[in-house]
Each structure stands twice: as C-alpha cells, then as structure tokens.
Design a protein around this ligand. Sequence first.
Ligand SMILES: [Cu+2]
Length: 145
Amino acid sequence: MRELERKNIRVKKSGFERTLAVLLIVITAVPTYGVVYWYETNRYPVVGGDGGTKEFYVTAIMWQFYPQNITVNKGDHVIIHLTSMDVQHGLYNVQWNLTSNVFANETKTIAFTADKVGVFEYYCTYYCGIGHFDMKGYIKVEDQQ
Ligand SMILES: [Cu+2]
C-alpha cells in the first residue's frame, strides 16, 4: 500500500468499503448517543434532603429540562432549584400550581409537597425558540405503601 502511494498510484476504494465505513460509524454512534441520552434524562441528582425532603437541581437549556425525570415518594417535601443556562425559560405545573421564570444564569427555587401519586408533567412557559413546545419535564410520585 505504502509502496503504491510512494509511486503515486491512487488506490481506489470501492463503494462497498465506503458503505461499510459509514455503516460502522452509524453502528457505533447511535448506541453511544442513546446511552448518553438515557443517562442524561434519567439520573436523579438528589442533592440534599433528609427523611421526607428531596432536593433537586434542574437545568433549563434550549429545549430541555435536565434531568427530565425526577422521582420522589408520596408525602415528600420537594425542593427544586431551577437554573437557566441560555435564555429565559419558565416552568408551570398544573397539579401543584408551580410557576417559575428564570433568566439566563439565574436560579430560582420552588417547593411543594408531593401529595398525589402518578407522573406529572411540567413545561416551559416562556417562548424560547423552535423547540419550546416540546420542552417538558416529569415529576414521578411513587406510593411507598
Ligand atoms: Cu420555552
């Protein structure tokens, strides 16, 4: 091969080789992305709280909340510190009437008692770009009984 290159002879790659190269990239990239995405949206960074208190940091960034899912137990006092990484974002949840509004690099804290069991959605209330209407997060409240 090197000998051929030195003699300035072009080694042609077949279409099959190119297809194989692209396929290998796809085969390795897709699961990597999947694992990273799953990890980022499913870890529960409980940063504090003892007994009946659970405390979370939630980051709003175009156009997602990280972590997207948080899990608590019924009866927990939940504290959420919401931070925006880029532009203005809002937060609204109908079950506990949670409202918040954060500018870039601002953090605000909301708190409530998780007195209902189920999966509850909250969403961004401030138009922040094309993905705004899909910007949602979920609070899962589990019954301990
Ligand atoms: Cu938004």
